[in-house]
Each structure stands twice: as C-alpha cells, then as structure tokens.
Design a binder for this molecule. Sequence first.
Ligand code: TRP
Ligand code: SF4
Length: 419
Amino acid sequence: MRIVSGMRPTGKLHLGHYFGVIKNWLKLQEENECFFFIADWHALTNRYKDTKDLKENIRQMIIDWLACGIDPNKATLFIQSGVKQHAELALLFSMITPKSWLELNPSYKDLKFNLMYQYLKDFLLGKKIKVNQAPPPESYDEALEKATGKQKSKIFEEYLREAFHRAFYSQKGIDFEYLREVLLKFGIQRKIVEEAISNLEEGDVGKDLDTLGFLAYPVLQAADILIYKAQKVPVGEDQLPHIELTREIARRFNNLYKEVFPEPEAILTEEAKLPGIDGRKMSKSYNNAIYLSDSEDEVNQKVLQMKTDPQRVKKTDPGNPDVCIVYDYHKIFTKDEELLKEIDTKCRNAEIGCVDCKKILAENINKFLQPIREKRKEIEANLQEYEKIFIDGTLKCRKLAEETMKEARDAMNLYDIEE
Ligand code: TRP
Ligand code: SF4
C-alpha cells in the first residue's frame, strides 16, 4: 500500500512526537511503500516572518527521524520544498477549490483560534494583568474564592480560554462584544480591554494569518498526497478535515477533467497517552516536553519536576497512580510488569515515595533514550552523509511527481514543454 505523510519542522522531536507519530511510522514502513517528508513549506504558512531556524530545524528532523529508526531502505525520505511539483499541483488545485471549502475548514479555524488566544494571553501578561479581586462570572466564582496566588492565575487562564473559545466559535463570527464583557467583569481596565480587542480585531494577529498561504494550507497538503497517488495517509485527528478536503479536491479534478487521482483514506493515529511533565499536552510552547535529544541529567531533572497525584502531599499519604502522570509514563517505559504492579500497590499503601518512584522512571526513560542518543551523535558527526539520504529521496520523488504532473497537465489540456 502506498502511504504518504509529512511533518512540519518545528524543532527537535520530543517523546510526544515519538509515541504519537514516529512509532506508528516505524510500524508502517515495514509493510508498505512509505513516503515520509519534511513539510518545510507548510512550516512557512504560519511562521513566515522569522525563518532563521528553518534550516536548522530541518537538520534536527533529519537527525531525529534516522536516530529513531526511520529507515531509508524501507521508506522514501525527502524534503517537500525540493520537489517543486508539489507547488505546481497546488497551484492547479487552487484553481478548482472554492474558497468556502477552505474558510470553513475546522483546522484552519482551530489554528487561528490558538494563535489569537496565545496573543491575547501574551498581551495581558505584558500588561502585568493578574486576576482582579472582583469575582469572575459563572462557574469559576467559587474556585477562585478559595484559590491563592499561583492557583488564581491558573484559574484565570482557564476561564479566559473558555471565554475566548465561546467568543471565537460563536454563531456570528468572533463575538468581540462577549469577550469585552468578560474581560471587564474580570476587573481589567477598560483601556486595556479596548486595546486588546482592537488588536485582535484589526491588528497584527488577525492579519498575520490572513495570508493566502495560510488559507491554502490544505490545498498544498492535498497536492503532497495526491501527487504520489497515495492510498493511505497516517495523521492525527486534527488533520482529518484536511484529508476529507483532499478527497474532495481529487473528486472535483477527476470530474472536471479526467480520472487522474485516487481518493486517499486517513489512517487515524491514536492520541498518544503521554502528557507533558505538567500534565498538559506535550508541546514546545508549554515548556513541558522531554526531548529525544535530552541528556540523562535533563531527563532526571524533568522527571523530578513532574506533577504527581495532587492529593498526595506527604509521603505517608496513600497515592493514586490512576491520576498520576508519573504512572502514565511508567506504563510506557517500565517494561517489567511485576515492578509496574509493585509500584501501583506501594503507591496506594504509601510504601514508596514519589521521589523514589520518579527515580525508577527516569532510569527507564534514559534506558529507552540511550540508543537514540548514541545514534544521534553518530549522525551529527557525519551529517552530510545522512543528509544525502534525504537528497536522494528528494530526487527520486521529483521523477515520480513529474510523472503525475504530466498526467495532470494533460488532463487539463495545458501546454506541456518536455525537456
Ligand atoms: N499538516 C500536517 C501536520 O501539521 C503536515 C503535513 C503536510 C502532512 N502535508 C502532509 C501530513 C501530507 C500528511 C500528508 O501535521
Ligand atoms: Fe505517582 Fe509514583 Fe508518587 Fe504514586 S508514588 S503518586 S505513582 S509519583
């Protein structure tokens, strides 16, 4: 089966990437004809302003993939921007894709939501806004009354996110009226509220993403997939609308001109059950990730910082592994079933302390990472040789992609000048 998937080069890979994506690719490459690529053009769609890290991020991705065992003898590995035909096909697709298909795309909205929300948070933080004594409306009243210091700002953040979510996904587009009301109820000065809202409404944030490239993100993705006539595309749930759109574009092309593209199907990658060290989704921007490239010390440090069962304050309190992320990690990294059971029992009976429990975990994570670290070092020392793998893959893909382009040009009756 032919499989295509890409990853945006956003920096070093962490355990979330490994258990969310890479592990799945390792399995797929065994039995399928896989094409895995670094989606550097896609990375530009929302980060076009500052591109200084782009090359380095691509290199890190090359190192991480190969160190994890993504195997060039089993899969074709390449760099998107090296196969210009993706851009040509995306251009042709852009002619037949109604704008509304893109504007209504949920991933487009979600990405926009996240960027705008992040902006609002940073803006308020920049103004040193801490939660005011005035109780916020509705459900958070009580929680806030009891909370102190740090907890308060956390509750504020949760509340803000919920409010922004409601404003963002309202029936009438973004409901700035509602957002204004909520911020004022929080006791934030009117002047600051107005500034935040007008920046959101017409300032940089909105505009930053009001680019053609960002809107057309899924059209490029459709080209990535269809140019290789892939049958299956392994992706996370957030990407499903993009695959649906890819199918619609293929259908429309085939109906308008000639049957060229098969309709690919998504292989849904299940959500990795590995949160960041603070319990939120593992992400570079939350500063809660354990990287494949972390040293032993860094891993030890991070594991020690991990949140545990919040009800367990003293060592003599019994704990509950079911609500402890350290235990979620144990389930993945502590391979010894008996030890796993023992930790569970000892935790519940307050016979093991969290620090000891974490030490065992850190050791096992390090055991897992050790071969990857060694491979990383070897690759880094001979980087050119390993980069060559991606160059060869890219050249191979150019040929394949050009074959499909010939068919597409022909179907559209374009004037094709052959070399
Ligand atoms: N949009 C995908 C992501 O952010 C990356 C991607 C680009 C992709 N092109 C693709 C994934 C083609 C699968 C197939 O994760
Ligand atoms: Fe979590 Fe381990 Fe502490 Fe139990 S002993 S609460 S599993 S860290």
